[in-house]
Design a protein around this ligand. Structure first.
Ligand code: NZQ
Ligand code: ZN
Length: 380
């Protein structure tokens, strides 16, 4: 196990009716800016709950943070926040609203352009912020990361800042999610775990078992959510699994991959494809291409997650990768690039972008532009 320092200060407030606790969770005397997406919270009653909970507080609203939040929109929110003397932000929505709010919080105490912060990869300071999460997927509610897009250049990069002060997770908020968002969310959660698990074996028994448990939970709840999206207990597991998959708990002392995410972000930046949908295509390709370096872990994963024990090693690895792709298909997602109308031109563009930036992703620091292109070609 590698040395590590672990700290996660976010307070999780989980369960039915917890939005009513907002008033006591936000420190007194704050000038609050509440941030929203495109309006789903008005249709499902979350907006009304938030307004009731904030009665008597001093707040303004900022609407229109889009899926894959753009710096162009967030610059406007930063300007408004500065003008109005805002000193606390409250994000109401999915990962995009919260990620956008992380950039607003950081941009509020930065003199230059917000895109500088994204390019640096880390904000030096931020005003306090919190969230009411309505879409379990990104883990953004209990981590310090955010992914921001820039429309004019078709770029999408992650940066890090402070953690949310608190996040309220009410599983009933997920009842109104469209089926495609549920599928993309399950895919995102699954791949978050895989990025921190599918490397080399023998690093930590505790981390491995925890990751395998989360993968099995996702596989088990996926068909149940399809059957009944109003089953509180199932949706509660859905929500908690999303948080646990990316709040640092399964990453202690182990190496991590993240090449699938880096390639997926490019597909979203270039084609607008939903984040979780991009991962369902790329992950099987990453496993096919890097099966040599991930061999030991693929065998362990096949056995412990899918119960694959029969056959020679190569045959078992083939089966583990096929089961992974089949899981994404069972969610109703594409797993091949042509299904999304993506061809060779995009593969070449991503190869060029990675090679120009001189990056080498993955636990082996070997996913260069050329290897990314190989991964994508295996998804044709
Ligand atoms: O905008 P509104 O009207 O609110 O609608 C949203 C949006 O259209 C809707 N939605 C959210 N909650 C709903 C709902 N509709 C009905 N009922 C509800 N309860 O869903 C749509 C998608 O929302 P979005 O926030 O974009 O989805 P998600 O939470 O999957 O976030 C995706 C973004 O997070 C980034 C992704 O790259 C992408 O930009 N990620 C953030 C990470 C992090 N901060 O750690 C890690 C991830 O790997 C990921 O990259
Ligand atoms: Zn993700």
């Amino acid at each position: 196990m590698n040395n590590f320092v672990f700290r996660n200060p976010t307070k999780l407030v989980f369960g039915k009716g917890q939005i009513a606790k907002l008033a006591e969770l936000i420190p007194a005397g704050k000038k609050i800016m509440v941030t929203f997406g495109g309006g789903s919270v008005k249709a499902n009653g979350i907006y009304d709950q938030v307004c009731r909970a904030l009665e008597g507080k001093d707040y303004i609203e900022f609407w229109g943070i889009e899926p894959n939040p753009t710096v162009e929109t967030l610059r406007k929110a930063i300007a408004t926040g500065k003008e109005q003397g805002v000193d606390f932000l409250l994000a109401i929505g999915g990962g995009s609203v919260l990620d956008g709010t992380k950039l607003i919080a950081s941009g509020m105490v930065y003199d230059g352009d917000a895109w500088d912060i994204v390019l640096k990869g880390r904000a030096e300071a931020a005003i306090p912020y919190a969230s009411v999460m309505t879409l379990p997927a990104t883990g953004s509610e209990m981590n310090s990361g955010a992914v921001i897009s820039r429309t004019e250049t078709k770029e999408k990069f992650a940066f890090y800042t402070s953690f949310p002060e608190f996040s309220i997770l009410d599983p009933e908020a997920t009842y109104s999610l469209p089926a495609h968002q549920v599928a993309c969310a399950l895919s995102d959660i699954y791949v978050h775990v895989m990025e921190q698990y599918m490397t080399t074996p023998g690093q930590s028994r505790a981390m491995d078992r925890w990751a395998e448990g989360l993968l099995q939970t996702v596989i088990e709840i996926a068909p149940r959510i399809k059957e009944n999206q109003h089953d509180y207990e199932v949706m509660a597991d859905f929500m908690l699994t999303a948080t646990l998959a990316l709040n640092g708990f399964i990453a202690m002392g182990v190496s991590q991959d993240w090449a699938t995410h880096m390639i997926g972000h490019e597909l979203t930046a270039l084609h607008g494809i939903t984040h979780g949908a991009s991962l369902a295509i790329v992950l099987p390709g990453t496993l096919r291409t890097l099966r040599g370096q991930k061999r030991g872990k693929l065998l362990q994963y096949g056995q412990r997650v899918f119960g694959i024990t029969e056959g020679g090693e190569d045959e078992r690895i083939d089966k583990a990768i096929a089961c992974t792709e089949e899981f994404f298909r069972s969610l109703g997602l594409s797993t091949r690039l042509p299904e999304e109308g993506i061809g060779e031109e995009t593969v070449e563009e991503i190869r060029r972008r990675f090679n120009t930036a001189g990056v080498a992703h993955g636990e082996g620091r070997n996913v260069t532009g050329d290897v990314a292109a190989e991964i994508l070609r295996s998804c044709m």
